[in-house]
Design a protein around this ligand. Structure first.
Ligand code: FMN
Length: 158
C-alpha cells in the first residue's frame, strides 16, 4: 500500500501527528509526508492511500488543506483516504468542527476520520495570540496520541 500523508500545520503539532502516523505505518511500502506550505506534492495518482491532516485556526481548517482537497476532490474520491483534524475543541464542538472542515462526500468516503487533539505552544505565537491564549483557563496541551493509533489501525483494517 503506497501512502502519502499531506498536512497543513502552522505551529508544529499537526506535523508531529503526521510524523507519528508515518512511523506507525513504516512497515508498509512507501510513506511520503508533505507539508503543504513548503513544497509541491507528488502525483497523487501514484498513491493508493492518501492521509490528509490540518490544524484549525479561528474556526477554520488550514487554508492550504482546504485548497488541496478542493483541487483534488475527484481523485481523492477514487483512493483510500484518512482525514485528521488537530484542534483544541473537544466533544460536540470538535465533532462540529470536523463537519465544518471536511465536506460530506469526503467524510463519507474516508476510511478513517480522527480528532487528534491540539497543542498550543505559547513560545511560537506572536505577542497578540500569546496574550490571548495565556489568559485561557483551559489546558493548551491536549495532544491525543491514542487517537493516532486508533486512526492508523482503522486505516489498516481489512
Ligand atoms: C491562532 C490560533 C487560533 C486557533 N483557533 C482555534 C479554533 O478556532 N478552534 C480550536 O478548536 N482550536 C483552535 N486553535 C488551536 C489549534 O487548532 C491547535 O493548537 C492545533 O494543534 C494547531 O496545529 P499546529 O500546531 O499544527 O498549527 C487555535 C490556535 C491558534 C494558535
Amino acid at each position: 500500500m503506497r501512502t502519502l500523508i499531506v498536512y497543513g500545520s502552522k505551529y508544529g503539532y499537526t506535523r508531529e501527528c503526521a510524523e507519528i502516523i508515518a512511523e506507525l505505518l513504516k512497515d508498509e511500502e512507501v510513506i511520503i509526508v508533505t507539508h503543504l506550505d513548503h513544497q509541491s506534492y507528488p502525483t497523487l495518482a501514484d498513491y493508493d492511500r492518501i492521509i490528509i491532516g490540518g490544524g484549525v485556526y479561528m474556526g477554520r481548517l488550514h487554508r492550504k488543506v482546504r485548497k488541496f482537497i478542493e483541487h483534488n476532490r475527484e481523485l481523492l474520491l477514487t483512493r483510500q483516504i484518512g482525514l485528521f483534524l488537530s484542534c483544541l475543541s473537544q466533544g460536540d464542538e470538535a465533532e462540529q468542527m470536523v463537519r465544518k472542515s471536511f465536506s460530506e462526500d469526503m467524510l463519507k468516503h474516508a476510511k478513517a476520520v480522527a480528532l487528534v487533539g491540539g497543542c498550543v505552544n505559547l513560545e511560537k505565537l506572536n505577542p497578540l495570540y500569546r496574550r490571548l491564549f495565556r489568559s485561557q483557563q483551559d489546558s493548551l496541551d491536549k495532544r491525543d496520541t491514542e487517537s493516532l493509533k486508533r486512526f492508523t489501525e482503522a486505516l489498516r483494517a481489512p
